[in-house]
Design a protein around this ligand. Structure first.
Ligand code: URA
Length: 435
């Protein structure tokens, strides 16, 4: 087989066979196909697309390009959760202990943040000493003992995707539905859980800007998961404004802890409850939505979800005292309110821009090697639909550097759009895809 022929076939609108895709992925992973040929293939796929069989073949070829985790030593149904990423998305930190406290085993692999969206691992490292660099043995033991563990994604999980994603990132070929679906699902399938709940974001802070595209991506991933024998459900949720109020690592952890005390912002609490409901159902701990919601409410009310977070943090070397006293989390030196320049109703917040403000404050990575400041970020006081008077506080910014603060403030103010009339409230949960 020659890569040249495969590129030409796809460029001309042809359909690649499973054998051709297997060859291409294996040879690229082994360094036998150069980046320039694979870039041409990604661009051909970008314009010509892939049909469901090609997408499934690419997913499985990437999943099998490295280790397939064997979690059979964990008793019961193992559930994984994945978000397509967004601003202020601290869901995993509150949701995984909630679900584990209801008796469902959570074995999850996570990544770090790059660019303006944060990663769960970075956020969790706000607990001093916390590590996700644990062995597979530790991971399995911990899930058996306390019901939840989050491990950093190892280089051996879907290495083909790692290489391809880095290439797509610099060749403007990320935002293709089949490529995103196969990239995410290859890692999920290689991570070994029995069931997967996906949070597919839509809006100005998401890959999928339109709801229609988000539902199509959700359907594609659910089909890939179910075809591979994993019970898969996707929730399509709003990312047209930041989730909750906090953006920035330690600030988001603080908000996740508040949610576990039943004091979190309404939208964030609702998303955790919705995703948690489907995690309990696919994990076999609830027969229907009503039963799942009852169980989730109970573990918040009786404190067992909060205690589960403390046990999880401690099991991975972190300071669990900070779960009960969040003043022990990293704190920034400068805390300053930003007032609105205009009066009106908040009509829209450029979600990506708010993420970039946190990045400018030092809370995100510009490159993979960048160090991040866990203490900085912002807390919104207003969200879409709220009325604001001129001078009223839109957000509180947390910074450690005055120049960075000023740069972030300027950008922050440009992200807000007002109208004279009240806009309809945004729907957080757009729908659920399960077949
Ligand atoms: N996240 C991934 O892991 N892959 C993509 O292609 C897009 C988002």
């Amino acid at each position: 087989m020659r890569m040249y022929d495969l590129i030409m076939k796809k460029r001309n609108g042809g359909v690649l066979s499973r054998e051709e895709i297997d060859y291409m992925v294996a040879a690229y992973t082994a360094g036998k196909i150069p980046d320039y040929q694979m870039s041409a293939m990604m661009m051909a796929i970008y314009f010509r697309g892939m049909d469901p069989e090609e997408t499934a073949a690419l997913t499985m070829a990437m999943a099998r390009s490295g280790d397939m985790m064997d979690l059979s030593a964990i008793e019961g149904v193992k559930v994984d959760k994945h978000s397509t990423g967004g601003v202020g998305d601290k869901t995993s930190i509150a949701l995984t202990p909630m679900v584990a406290a209801c008796g469902v085993k959570i074995a999850k692999m996570s990544g770090r943040g790059l660019g303006h969206t944060g990663g769960t691992i970075d956020k969790l490292e706000s607990f001093a000493g916390f590590t996700t660099e644990i062995s597979a043995g530790h991971f399995i033991r911990q899930v058996n003992e306390i019901g939840v563990s989050i491990m950093g994604q190892t280089a051996d999980i879907a290495p083909a995707d790692k290489k391809l994603y880095a290439l797509r990132d610099v060749t403007a070929t990320v935002d293709n539905m089949s490529l995103i679906a196969s990239s995410i699902m290859s890692k999920k399938l290689a991570s070994g859980a029995d069931a997967i709940v996906l949070d597919v974001k839509t809006g100005s802070g998401a890959f999928m800007k339109s709801e229609q595209d988000a539902f199509a991506l959700a359907r594609e991933m659910v089909t890939l998961g179910n075809t591979a024998g994993k019970k898969t459900v996707a929730v399509v949720s709003d990312m047209d404004q930041p989730l909750g109020r906090a953006v920035g690592n330690a600030l988001e952890v603080k908000e996740a802890v508040a949610a576990l005390r039943g004091e979190g912002p309404e939208d964030f609490a609702k998303l955790c409850r919705t995703l948690g409901t489907y995690m309990l159902i696919v994990g076999g701990a609830a027969g229907d939505e009503e039963e799942a919601e009852r169980k989730l409410d109970r573990v918040i009310a009786d404190g067992s979800a909060l205690r589960k977070l403390a046990a999880f943090v401690e099991a991975q070397g972190g300071d669990a005292n900070a779960v009960y006293d969040t003043s022990l989390l990293p704190q920034a030196d400068i805390v300053e309110d930003v007032g609105s320049l205009t009066e009106g109703y908040v009509a829209h917040i450029d979600c990506d821009e708010i993420g970039i403000c946190s990045l400018l404050l030092g809370g995100g990575r510009e490159t993979k090697e960048s160090a991040i400041d866990l203490s900085v970020g912002l807390v919104l006081h207003k969200k879409v639909g709220d009325h604001v008077k001129a001078g009223e506080t839109l957000a509180t910014l947390h910074a450690n550097d005055r120049a960075r603060l000023e740069a972030a403030k300027e950008r922050f103010l440009r992200a807000w759009h007002f109208s004279d009339t009240a806009t309809a409230p945004q729907t957080l949960i757009k729908g659920v895809v399960s077949v």
